[in-house]
Write a protein that binds this ligand. Structure first.
Ligand code: PLP
Length: 356
């Protein structure tokens, strides 16, 4: 038995046909399929602008670089962010010589608006909201808070491809998606930056080509290429179908694990139709559980380790108790298109057997 955490699935013949078109035309770089994909993305999400990039990390960096420059933020100004995220969410804040100020996460593992409010200070310029696993958490409250306090709202929507809230794709001042290999719309490596403001969208197009404070090792452009966009276009056709299946798998997990008082399930926020990039549970003996599952060919994951465990994000005192606690307890269960009901039942059975 081998049940992987992620296993991307592609409509292979359709992808090859789209890629063939690029090769035949002799246009594999930016500006051919990338424009088609940007248009398709705007139509799918309802967002006004979309610029295709080589990764979400580039998009996050670009977002902060543009906002800092255009709004005249100073070095050392602050962005309130989550400690429970992929590290690149917070790396990009440091790249621009700004300061990440960590607020705690709530029961959805997304930013807790009460704690965000407590952490707003005179130098706070923006809030970075991470839609963990596709969840929208208390996004509405975060958005309201940002409007009231004049803060920019950046959404790290790396997990939110296919997520809807009140029937719409969440739309911050800037929203950044990932189409990296294991995401819900997998290509190989790619991302999309969606600014609400046209002026910033235009700037992002210029800057992704002209360079954004590039380090010497970083010689390639941040622009996405037509081969990735070709795969993205095909994958987008199947996104809603795939999301339905992910929700189905999640319902099976809910039904199988919901009764246990040793296992906590990270809930999906009300009104959120989650992309279900992740299905997360939390339990006391997480590390032991992972080893036991690995021993029988089941490979869960951890999303994420508290970023403050890393030296660059270390702080003087613990200000996010829930993130600290959850970082030691959370586990993501296998969730992908090739998972069968039988696989899910096997995972559930083993979890019950090993949970303490
Ligand atoms: C929450 C989050 N943000 C940002 C990223 C970065 O995405 P990319 O790999 O497209 O740069 C990821 C990818 O793993 C992620 O999970």
């Amino acid at each position: 038995m081998s049940v992987q955490l992620f296993l991307p699935t592609f409509a292979i013949e359709e992808c090859l046909a789209e890629i063939r078109e690029c090769l035949e035309k002799g246009w594999t770089g930016s500006g051919y399929k990338t424009l088609e994909f940007e248009k398709a993305w705007c139509e799918y999400t309802g967002l006004p602008h979309a610029h295709f990039l080589n990764s979400a990390t580039s998009g996050l960096h670009l977002a902060i670089n543009i906002l800092k420059e255009e709004e005249r933020w100073q070095d050392g100004d602050e962005i309130i962010t989550s400690p429970l995220t992929f590290v690149s969410t917070n790396h990009v804040i440091l790249y621009e010589r700004l300061k990440p100020v960590f607020a705690d996460v709530d029961q959805y593992l997304c930013l807790d608006p009460d704690d965000v409010e407590r952490k707003i200070g005179p130098r706070t310029r923006a809030v970075m909201f991470v839609g963990m696993g596709g969840n929208t958490g208390q996004y509405d409250r975060i958005e309201r808070l940002c409007r009231q306090r004049g803060l920019r709202l950046i959404i790290d929507a790396a997990h939110m491809t296919g997520t809807r809230l009140h029937d719409q794709t969440p739309n911050g001042d800037v929203t950044i998606f990932s189409f990296q290999a294991v995401k819900t719309l997998p290509t190989a490596d790619a991302g999309m930056i969606c600014f609400a403001d046209q002026k910033f969208d235009e700037l992002s197009r210029k800057k992704s080509w002209m360079g954004i404070n590039k380090d010497t090792y970083q010689r390639t452009s941040d622009r996405g290429n037509s081969i990735m966009a070709a795969i993205g276009l095909v994958q987008l056709r199947y996104l809603d179908r795939d999301t339905s299946y992910r929700r189905q798998v999640s319902d099976w997990y809910d039904a199988g694990l919901g009764e246990s008082n040793r296992i906590g399930i990270v809930p999906t926020a009300p009104d959120c139709e989650s992309s279900r990039h992740l299905y997360q549970i939390h339990l006391e003996n997480r590390d032991e559980m992972i080893l036991a599952l690995n021993g029988c060919g089941i490979y869960p994951g951890v999303h994420y380790r508290d970023n403050r465990d890393y030296r660059m994000f270390r702080q003087e005192r613990d200000t996010c108790p829930n993130a600290t606690r959850m970082s030691q307890r959370i586990m993501s269960l296998p969730l992908h298109m090739r998972l069968t009901r039988k696989d899910v039942d096997a995972v559930i059975e083993r979890i019950h057997a090993y949970a303490r």
